[in-house]
Design a protein around this ligand. Structure first.
Ligand code: 6GU
Length: 221
């Protein structure tokens, strides 16, 4: 899988690219690239934004700037690339969308800054508009990292232990519920114990207890 992040701040992704699971994915042949809108902007002085028509505060990312960056990367035909604009008004990102996106060969994550994108970016250039939650961030970069992280960790071999992504929060194995609670040594700390069943060696009982806790956390029975 190739993930291209279009951004004004490629340096923000240096830390992200150094994460263990991202490096594991890279060793497995996957790639995370950053593309700077300023490298292809048709505007003078590296400009990428403009004031909103109709007035109001803030600056808007221009559609011609985003189009130039996409054309610079993909030429006239970007049809093989799933292009996602990160914007607070988009569809809410969740585990189901992460699972869908990991099936793509090539993803483009478009970060906006300032007040966001000219709406034509969302209408004409992107395939989807995605938000990571009901709050406003200063730009799409953190959201792109969240989306990339949730997708990359699903790639085979990205996590050290092949099984660790199977039975975790919101997975199919848990019926879409959050994960059950975990405990480790010591068995008692400051008088705080661990559920007896987990120390019992009763594997069927442990399995039942975990599914029950998972269901409770999901708001079910
Ligand atoms: Cl994708 N972008 C921004 N700027 N804010 C957000 C967001 C995205 N998702 C939630 N808040």
């Amino acid at each position: 899988m190739l993930i291209d992040v279009f951004t004004l701040f490629p340096e923000h992704f240096e830390w992200f690219g150094g994460q263990r699971h991202v490096r594991n994915a890279a060793e497995g042949g996957h790639e995370l690239r950053c593309i700077d809108y300023r490298d292809t902007t048709p505007l003078k002085g590296g400009r990428v934004d403009d004031t909103p028509y109709g007035g109001g505060a803030g600056m808007v990312m221009r559609v011609d700037v985003v189009d130039a960056a996409l054309r610079g990367a993909y030429g006239d035909d970007g049809s093989g690339v799933r292009k996602i604009a990160l914007t607070p008004g988009g569809r809410m990102f969740d585990e189901g969308l992460a699972a869908e996106l990991v099936g793509e060969q090539h993803l483009a994550l478009l970060c906006g800054r300032y007040e966001g994108f000219d709406e034509r970016v969302i209408e004409r250039l992107a395939d989807d508009a995605v938000s990571i939650g009901p709050y406003v961030l200063s730009g799409g970069e953190l959201a792109a990292m969240v989306v990339a992280d949730a997708v990359i960790r699903k790639l085979p071999g990205a996590l050290g232990d092949e099984h660790s992504a199977v039975e975790e929060s919101f997975s199919e194995a848990l019926g879409g519920d959050p994960e059950y609670p975990h405990y480790t040594r010591p068995p008692e700390y400051r008088g705080w114990g661990v559920p007896e069943i987990l120390l019992s060696g009763d594997h069927a009982g442990i399995r039942e207890w975990r599914l029950q806790r998972s269901r409770e956390r999901g708001g079910g029975a």
